[in-house]
Design a protein around this ligand. Sequence first.
Ligand code: ZN
Length: 285
Amino acid sequence: MAQKNFPGGKNGEKSRKRLCAYQKLLYKKALSRKKKRTRKNRIFNRKKRKTGKTKKQGIFTRKNLEIAGTICMLSLAVVVFGHAIRWNPFTRREPGTVQREISAGDDYQILPAEEGPCGRPEIIQDFIVENPYSRSGIPLEQVNGIVVHYVANAGSTAEENRNYFENLKDTHLTKASSHFIIGLDGEIIQCIPLDEISYASNERNSDTISIECCHRKENGKFTKKTYRSLVKLTAWLCATYGLSSSDVIRHYDVTGKLCPLYFVRHEDAWEEFLSDIQKKLEKNQ
Ligand SMILES: [Zn+2]
């Protein structure tokens, strides 16, 4: 049996020398491997510098970062552009007025916004096309009164009445229109700009603003929502033109026509309406 690792004696000495030689050999081999590894690394690093590539790239490559940067810049540009359009005084609309998409194009009017209890209610501007039967385009040079009407067509909507006026340009049935129409749900549609006359109140067309109101029943009584909008709209118009409740009249007061029917037949309801307007105007001062 060989005694390679025997610590003493002749055999021990030999064994120790052999062991030392063996360790030196191992050390040399390890050193050589290390050198090779270092050389490999150096070559790899040199290639990496040349190509700009790394072994493990992931999603944060230079190309991906460039694309992300471009997307961010484009998004920022879109946001800035959007805000610029929104705040452009030539495209901005006064709050409280809504212009409906209409075939006539960009036909709308910026309305004055009174502050306080007689502030402007929400108004949908949907002007009818200029024509001799419902929108003559004749200037309304002074406003001395507000005339209240009812549509005399129970259950019809504000939009239907607005379209009836518009269609007169083709039907030629009569000459008729109104500056405003208040619907069954209290919506307010403006059909004629405030600096043009409407065809609603006969000889008072030339110096008044007209308001038509929808009603559910034949008796012409307005719904609560219609009534509330009528009060708001009339009070705002009075405040805007420096009028008082005594300048608010019925179509009946001009021609004797039973219009608005409920307010002609119920004088007390009409007086109450005028008083509601006056209260608002007083609160506004
Ligand atoms: Zn009338």
